[in-house]
Design a protein around this ligand. Sequence first.
Ligand SMILES: [Mn+2]
Length: 338
Amino acid sequence: MNNAPNVTIQDVPAEVIQAITAMRRPIMISHVVPDADALGSMISMAIAWQDEQRQTKVSIPEGSISQRLQFLVDLADVPVASIEDFAQADGFVVIDTAKKPRCNVGPNLKDMDWSADRKIVNIDHHATSTQFGDINWVVGGASSTCELVYYLLRAADRSINAACASLIYSGIQTDTIGYSLSTTSASALRATADVVELGADVGQIGERLSRSQTQSEFDLLRVIYDNTKVLADGRLAYSYAGYDDITNAGCTAADIDDQINVPRSLDGVELAMLFTEGRRGKTRINFRSSGHVTISELAAQFKGGGHTQAAGAILDSNIIDAIEVVIPKAIEHLNTFS
Ligand SMILES: [Mn+2]
């Protein structure tokens, strides 16, 4: 069954377009540990709104991009915002980010009022969005933020060049896991057909995102496979990687995301979790569910959020304690669906 909303050009609020049009020095921002949808939507917006009257920049703090996704940043020639740029910006477009503390602005600005007195336009598809912008366009359950960006750019009559098309394609393709999730709406496919026509490099992006990985990513996957445990009569699976596992493989916290697909891929698993200690004493949990099992309520118990069937949370504890606390709650949660 397909449960995703269909998005059209007419759905784009005029005030969103007006607000961005009025900005001359906007910074585009997405969420911490950016995935391809976050990067694709942020960078494609920056490219498409760049012109003689407007200097757009993107927020990419050092060390915040995974090895796997660096090529998306390299696809486009968009200036990265410095701390001074944040002071001089006349507006912010925050994309694919459900709450303000999740903005990927870097350690120096994280705890500051970096947007002080300037407008935030917020564009997102997270159902758990707190609508923290001054102007928000949130379509919960839409395939991806890149899909929303595509319709926004069309509604605003911005031109979409080949790099921009490739970035939009990357976000829709990955957020739907290769057009395989029930969020793959007709409008997501329509947007995809259009960006392919506009020059999206499907073969190259597929190669980079779906058919290749670095040795470090490969080595980390061995650990994830090795550590996978199955509980609740095969309905729950989880895996984990401690700080040393991650660094010994040559990876960092920025490289953790897709590995959740390992425990998730086991037949019969309805709830999957990945515990990773990318920074000592902080454990990140990725939650995924399938079938009629939803996950956002479980993530919320640990102050996390996300989508109905894909969410995350961060605990202030080491990985062993985190697993001990979360597993019983996860089983309890899963049992409410049987
Ligand atoms: Mn997304």
